[in-house]
Design a protein around this ligand. Structure first.
Ligand code: ZN
Ligand code: ZN
Length: 212
């Protein structure tokens, strides 16, 4: 299965360019089998996910969230992906450890988004309760940052995943994960990632990554 773990749409993410229908059409065109819609600090309802699933039957659509955590008196920002959730209570938890603990209790996969995009290692990597995984290559996380993520992944025993972190349809299909295991639920996907039963993929043809 070809899987997108990190995808924004203009419906809930202000910085995203394309509508949910446009993003899903592109994912199907690129032969993805599953996607998690992970908006910035906003949640899809189960009803809206079901509605989109009917419109795009060729791809499995799951909910998710990219939660912003502010730290160092507003100076620092960290992002964490919480996959499979429709639980709005995440928006009101401010402590990194409590966010990760709540996700684990709900059996939701947690991925530190672009851990080296901003200064130093991400705040979530300093938590005493570690997340399940962290991002490697994305259009928002350069190859250099991905190397740092792989090094930290070794030290902390965390799996690394490639994603599109797609804010526009054109970013889809560059970096993704693939698994031979057919999954039906976000909980099964979590097991796959934790057991490292997947491969990171990169598109064969080299293209400029940013500011096209
Ligand atoms: Zn982010
Ligand atoms: Zn994102």
């Amino acid at each position: 299965m070809k899987v997108e773990l990190h995808c924004h749409t203009s419906r809930f993410s202000l910085c995203a360019v394309n509508t949910p229908d446009e993003m899903l059409a592109r994912l199907v065109e690129e032969k993805y089998d599953a996607v998690f819609l992970t908006e910035h600090d906003a949640l899809w309802s189960p009803q809206d996910i079901a509605f989109m699933q009917k419109r795009h039957p060729k791809i499995k659509i799951f909910p998710g969230l990219e939660l912003t955590h502010h730290h160092d008196e507003g100076e620092g920002i960290s992002h964490i992906l919480i996959l499979g959730t429709t639980d709005a209570s995440f928006l009101f938890i401010t402590d990194p450890e409590a966010i990760i603990a709540h996700a684990k209790k709900s059996d939701c996969l947690t991925i530190v988004a672009h851990p080296y995009r901003w200064t130093g290692a991400d705040e979530f990597l300093k938590s005493s309760t570690l997340p399940d995984a962290m991002e490697g290559l994305t259009p928002n996380h350069s190859p250099r940052n991905a190397v740092l993520a792989h090094q930290a992944g070794k030290q902390l025993s965390l799996p690394i995943v490639n994603t599109s972190d797609a804010h526009a349809a054109k970013f889809i299909g560059r970096y993704w994960i693939e698994t031979n295991i057919d999954f039906e639920t976000p909980q099964q996907l979590r097991e796959i990632i934790v057991a490292r039963e997947y491969k990171n993929r990169v598109m064969a043809k080299k293209q400029p990554l940013l500011n096209e």
